[in-house]
Ligand binder design. Structure first.
Ligand SMILES: C[S@@+](CC[C@H](N)C(=O)[O-])C[C@H]1O[C@@H](n2cnc3c(N)ncnc32)[C@H](O)[C@@H]1O
Length: 282
């Protein structure tokens, strides 16, 4: 049993702990507890204080009181324990990401995806990351693969500010180009027909922004798209995602091939996040 799970059981007892422990994430030196609707904030605070006592590297504990929402994909937070600070440095795959959990999107659950995509990239590729956040995909790619150029777009000014700083911290200024703005507008303005690979890590815009992703691809290239799908199980989720997205792709391109797909995570009852990897010829 993980330490966090043990702490939750110790503080809340088996029944309540079950609802909470899997909702605890550590980002840098901050612990985040996503509040289940039927557990009160005093109970969450008690776990927060225990985490602070038992995990010396955690300096601050916050409770997320809402789902991810809005254009910037943020949650609402209340401070529970420890230092009153929401900025931290999150480390993933040997890269450092400075960020403020209340101002930008971050999800340690995407850890494997960040590495998986980076491993598919070939030296010298030009990549458009349409929804880059603080630059995690872009920077890991640039650190792992030689001579890439990653146009890294985000519409949230805080995400852009941290992305610029993270590019500097990870010494990839020559390879990652942070851009502030709406991905559709930026692509139309300056990134038509430039990319060997396009990343669309924002399920809410997977369909409506597909035409811009295709526009930014060269005659042939790769597309990695993330979708939310309602389904009874993972297998059905994958099948539905592939079917839905293929219908959309047909509107814009003649030849496309699904090279791989996977369920990234379950995001609610009968709801899954899925990634589809395509090779496309226009
Ligand atoms: C799910 S987060 C991306 C996470 C990031 N790729 C990562 O791995 O940490 C989606 C991001 O898209 C940005 N966004 C939302 N609408 C956008 C748009 N129209 N153009 C560019 N970025 C947008 C949000 O500000 C948010 O940072």
């Amino acid at each position: 049993m993980s330490l966090i799970r043990k702490l939750a059981h110790k503080v809340l007892g088996d029944k309540k702990a079950k609802k909470v422990w899997s909702r605890i994430e550590i980002v840098g030196d901050i612990a985040i507890i996503r509040k289940p609707p039927d557990v009160n904030i005093e109970d969450i605070k008690a776990i927060g204080e225990e985490i602070l006592k038992e995990l010396p590297y955690v300096k601050s504990v916050w409770c997320a009181t809402s789902e991810v929402r809005g254009v910037y994909r943020l949650r609402n937070y209340v401070h529970l324990a420890g230092e009153y600070r929401s900025e931290t440095v999150y480390v993933e795959h040997g890269c450092k990401f400075k960020l403020d959990i209340t101002k930008v999107y971050v999800s340690p659950a995407l850890n494997y995806e960040h590495k998986r995509i980076a491993e598919m990239v070939k030296p010298g590729e030009t990549i458009v990351n349409m929804f880059a956040g603080v630059g995690i995909f872009s920077i890991i790619i640039a650190r792992k693969v030689s001579l890439v150029k990653v146009f890294s777009i985000d519409i949230n000014p805080y995400a852009y500010k941290y992305m610029v700083e993270n590019v500097r911290i990870n010494k990839v200024e020559d390879y990652v180009i942070p851009i502030l703005g709406d991905a559709a507008e930026i692509i139309l303005e300056k990134l038509v027909h430039v990319a060997d690979r396009v990343l669309m890590p924002l399920p809410e815009l997977a369909i409506s922004y597909l035409k811009y992703a295709i526009l930014s691809l060269k005659n042939r290239g790769f597309l990695h798209t993330y979708l939310f799908i309602r389904a009874d199980n993972r297998g059905e989720g994958l099948e539905k995602a592939e079917k839905t997205y293929s219908q959309e792709l047909k509107k814009y391109v003649e030849n496309y091939k699904l090279i791989s797909s996977r369920v990234v995570r379950s995001v609610g009852p009968r709801k899954y996040q899925v990634v589809l990897d395509y090779y496309i010829e226009k």
